[in-house]
Design a protein around this ligand. Structure first.
Ligand SMILES: [Cu+2]
Length: 220
């Protein structure tokens, strides 16, 4: 009995075990990191989590988009839900008509060349209020389900397919709207000449970030 009592350390003799403390700290840090990563991916679609992580910055205001044979500049745009933006579309081609559709998914249509994607399955512009201005040398514009207000000269309106302006060589058009609550990755493209323009590179990507939950920072 006496020997047992002597072997047991008194409270004063118990010192913190540095090895044990290190393991606890490692565990806490690991769990906290895992929770943070899970929270990031859980709350938003995976795609958005990646774009947030990639440090994308939304560009409100005017984005100048040039069309040429066969491509767009820029090919990658980032907006945020609720931002007021203007697409200033300019056809730089000396000889070709180019359009601009924005959507997701391919809408495959039977054509003279067999089934080809001739537009997007989901039209980005559906239900979007857009003001068209500074129209010059615009061949036609398909309004589809967009809610359009024209300011200045009105281009000829056509029907069929996604919302899309088609510009003559040297044509120009401005489209102003508030980025709708449609976050995620969208594509734009020109499907003129049975998908050939699209296939040759007339395409781009628009990433729409979810509306910011943070209050707008305005240094005053
Ligand atoms: Cu084109």
């Amino acid at each position: 009995m006496e020997r047992d009592r002597a072997a047991r350390p008194s409270p004063a003799q118990r010192t913190p075990n540095p090895y044990w403390n290190g393991r606890v700290m490692w565990l806490v840090v690991s769990v906290a990191t895992a929770v943070a990563v899970i929270a990031l991916f859980w709350q938003r679609p995976l795609q958005n989590a990646w774009t947030v992580m990639a440090g994308r910055h939304a560009q409100p205001g005017t984005v100048l988009i040039f069309q040429f044979d066969y491509g767009y500049t820029p090919q990658d745009i980032t907006w945020r839900v609720g931002d007021r933006v203007t697409i200033a579309l300019r056809n730089q081609s000396p000889s070709h008509w180019h359009e601009m559709m924005i959507g997701r998914g391919a809408d495959v249509t039977p054509t003279a060349f067999g089934p080809l994607p001739t537009q997007f399955e989901e039209d980005f512009w559906s239900g979007v209020r857009v003001t068209i201005s500074h129209a010059r040398m615009v061949d036609n514009i398909v309004l589809h389900d967009a809610i359009v207000t024209f300011r200045g000269p009105q281009p000829s309106v056509a029907t069929g397919g996604n919302f899309s302006p088609t510009l003559q060589p040297g044509g120009a058009l401005d489209m102003t709207f508030t980025v709708p609550d449609k976050p995620g990755v969208w594509h734009y493209g020109c499907f003129v000449q049975q998908y050939i323009h699209y296939m040759d590179g007339m395409k781009g990507t628009i990433t729409i970030l979810p509306a910011s939950s943070l209050p707008a920072s305005s240094p005053s």
